[in-house]
Design a protein around this ligand. Structure first.
Ligand SMILES: C[S@@+](CC[C@H](N)C(=O)[O-])C[C@H]1O[C@@H](n2cnc3c(N)ncnc32)[C@H](O)[C@@H]1O
Ligand SMILES: [Zn+2]
Length: 294
């Protein structure tokens, strides 16, 4: 039981217009603040607001998997704060504004720290944003990523807790992709921006550090997941030369999928054997997709 319409709960670091786009993951109803400082829908489904300011919209239907650990998020944050992926952030911001973000809502699915969402909002002064992720460690950071953004916990495979047609630009950077779900939340004139690694990603580190290599069929899979719901209107590749001090080379390994497979001692020994700094390449494929007519 709970009242709705009390407004934005004190602890929720989220502009009112972003809260207005969120819906209850159980019934799709709107969400408002309740008397205990949480969120509630008209049917009485209630949700916590985390101390760090994000909305906890996980349904608990099954234990979420795949969320980044505290160590992975810390490494990702350090690597991004060092500016190594700034060229990608700049390019995403340019694509988001060129493809009609305007004063609309940007949603970042699998947002991690919210780094790319923040860059996009910096480039679009009238826009607002929502960072969605399953990892509480990522969300703690994402909740503070930008004054015009909020963050919410959800499992992207169980439906996005966003109103149908509420999103102008949806970002998906190295994160889970559900074509049907993305299509539902996007406006008909909206755009989906996807970033995947190319086969050259982290050349210079993958071999010597024994990192998980990029799956060459990734592009094919991307086409399959999105093809029923989207038309690809633009594709480009971005290669970023990196010169990484040893600490940053270790961070690059720690923030990716290999983090779960390599023992810390092994990684340190492999990094120590590299030149310092070590040259490497970050290599991304960016694509823009427009919703197909329903
Ligand atoms: C490789 S990281 C990318 C993070 C961010 N987009 C970036 O590039 O900095 C993948 C992100 O997806 C999140 N994730 C994994 N499975 C998820 C799921 N089922 N629902 C929502 N987020 C998920 C992880 O917690 C992690 O933050
Ligand atoms: Zn509900």
């Amino acid at each position: 039981m709970g009242e709705t319409g009390i407004g934005v709960p004190d602890r929720l670091r989220m502009p009112g217009r972003v809260l207005a786009a969120l819906v209850c993951p159980h019934c799709g109803g709107g969400l408002g603040g309740d008397a205990r400082g949480g969120l509630v829908c008209p049917a009485g489904h209630s949700f916590d607001v985390a101390r760090e300011g994000y909305a906890g919209l996980l349904t608990g239907r099954r234990p979420p998997t795949g969320g980044d650990t505290a160590a992975m998020v810390a490494d990702r944050r350090a690597f991004q704060d060092a500016g190594h992926y700034a060229p990608l952030a700049r390019r995403l911001a340019a694509l988001a504004t060129a493809h009609g973000l305007g004063d609309g809502l940007a949603a970042d699915v699998g947002a991690g720290t919210g780094y790319y969402l923040a860059a996009v909002l910096d480039a679009a002064p009238g826009a607002a944003g929502i960072a969605l992720d399953v990892s509480k460690y990522a969300l703690r950071r994402a909740a503070k990523a930008h004054p015009r953004a909020g963050a919410a916990a959800c499992d992207a495979w169980q439906g996005l807790p966003l109103r149908t047609g509420s999103v102008s630009v949806l970002l998906n950077v190295f994160a889970p992709r559900d074509g049907a779900g993305f299509r539902r939340v996007l406006r008909d004139d909206g755009a989906l921006l996807v970033v995947v690694p190319t086969a050259r990603h982290l050349d210079g580190l993958v071999g010597p550090l024994g990192l998980v290599a990029v799956d060459a069929r990734k592009e094919e899979r991307l086409e399959r997941t999105l093809g029923d719901h989207f038309t690809t209107v633009h594709t480009e590749e971005l290669d970023v030369p990196l010169l990484l001090p040893h600490a940053d080379a270790a961070t690059a390994a720690g923030m990716g999928p290999s983090a779960r497979h390599i023992a810390a001692g092994d990684l340190a020994a492999r990094v120590a054997a590299l030149p310092d700094p070590v040259p490497a390449t970050a290599s991304f494929r960016l694509s823009v997709h427009r919703p197909r007519a329903a």
